[in-house]
Design a protein. Structure first.
Length: 413
């Protein structure tokens, strides 16, 4: 019998009995019951305390467990305590182009880097090998090699990241994809189309990589707010290698977004890039570029595995290497109508604004459909109509495969 379970009933009985109707015998009986309950309760507490003392005494007298011997090292040397995650991305393309890709040009622009539709017929795309791991409680590292169809290898990304910076700050140092815009930070195999939009090719030479330092800060708010900045050597277009010390390029950007209900989400941002370049004669020039980006996503109740719709666009405006102001933009939409199938369309346009005598605005329209056997494989068919000059139209057909091997980090959908 427990005091806590019985006492309320007794007290309730006592309170329910009118005082003026209680006899001396009733009052005495209630007092006796309370005295008995109290004595029983105190006895139970003493018994539990005695049991606790006995258990503590037995634990103190027990011998300490024998230490576990360390694992023996392998015959080839000490055990490998550093085990990075290793992944590889294999890509390949078949391209049918009505115009010779060796004559590719964007009227009014002279970009450097990975521009154009690539070669005709079958080709091995740029494959990636990535190693990543936490080095210790404070640092993590990522190394990504790019293997090109001409049998050369280059370092696409190689950076360290400081994990324990305070106040939501995330510093990164080394070589990394710049955080400007929306698409730039994504690897090519995560793009929704075979090639980069015309604006990225014309203003950034395809994609901007930076050798330097990046710092991002995410605000501790319900709405997503990210501020970031970068400084680097400025070797990548629109900058160039220089025989100078100091900072060759710098970038600032801000992004914000959030959810609307449980089915809609959005993100918007603005970026600014400043880079220096130097020609063979030692003449220097400056490039200033602004980018505005917006992304809207819809998936019923947030279930992106079944179906989703994504609409994204970016607008570029700037002066490349001291030229007059030029503009460019693209708008695209991708709809996953079944878990394995997606369709998409994109329209690109750039405006040279008469630079180098150009009077035509290059444009490109693309449609695609891709089939995802699993999250590790994708096969894509893409048709495009590219008009780089007023008298030249390139009808393009691409068939692309993307295979993912090993543990690979998730990408933005």
């Amino acid at each position: 019998m427990h005091y806590r379970s019985i006492a309320p009933g007794v007290l309730a009985l006592a309170l329910a009995t009118p005082a003026f109707g209680a006899s001396d015998a009733d009052i005495a009986e209630i007092r006796n019951q309370l005295r008995d309950l109290k004595a029983d309760y105190e006895a139970r507490i003493r018994a539990l305390e005695d049991r606790l003392k006995e258990a503590e005494a037995r634990a103190a007298a027990a011998p300490a467990p024998a230490p576990v011997a360390p694992a023996a090292a392998t015959a080839g040397g000490p055990s490998n305590a550093f085990n990075p995650a290793i992944s590889a991305i294999l890509t390949g393309t078949y391209a049918h182009l009505s115009q010779d890709p060796r004559n590719f040009a964007i009227a009014g622009f002279s970009p450097e880097g990975e521009v154009g539709p690539g070669r005709r017929s079958f080709s091995l795309g740029e494959s990636e090998v990535t190693l990543s791991a936490n080095v210790d409680p404070h640092f993590a590292g990522v190394l990504t090699f790019a293997l090109t169809p001409d049998n050369s290898a280059s370092v696409e990304e190689a950076y360290g990241q400081f994990l324990t910076a305070p106040y939501g700050i995330s510093p990164k140092f080394g070589r990394f994809l710049s955080g400007i815009g929306y698409l730039n930070e994504q690897h090519a195999h995560a793009w929704d189309f075979v090639d980069a939009p015309l604006a990225y090719q014309a203003f950034l030479g395809g994609q901007l990589r930076t050798d330097g330092v990046q710092v991002k800060w995410i605000a501790p708010t319900e709405q997503y707010v990210e501020l970031g900045g970068e400084v680097g050597n400025g070797d990548a277009y629109p900058g160039s290698e220089r025989s100078a010390n100091g900072v060759g390029s710098s970038a600032l950007y801000a992004h914000t977004g959030g959810d609307i209900g449980d089915s809609h989400s959005w993100r918007a941002g603005a970026s600014y890039l400043h880079a220096h370049s130097e020609d063979e004669l030692g003449n220097t020039a400056a490039s200033r570029l602004g980018i505005a980006d917006f992304v809207w996503k819809y998936s019923p109740h947030g279930n992106v595995r079944e179906t989703y719709l994504k609409v994204q666009g970016e607008y570029f405006s700037g002066r490349i290497r001291d030229a007059s102001r030029q503009d460019g933009w693209y708008l695209q939409g991708v709809y996953q109508f079944l878990p394995e199938w997606r369709v998409g369309a994109r329209y690109d346009r750039v405006d040279p604004r008469g630079v180098d005598g150009a009077t035509y605005e290059p444009r490109k329209a693309s449609v695609m459909v891709d089939y995802n056997v699993s999250e590790f494989s994708r096969v894509r068919l893409q048709l495009a109509r590219a008009q780089m000059r007023g008298d030249l139209t390139d009808n393009q057909l691409f068939v692309q495969y993307i295979l993912s091997l090993g543990a690979h980090g998730a990408h933005k959908y």
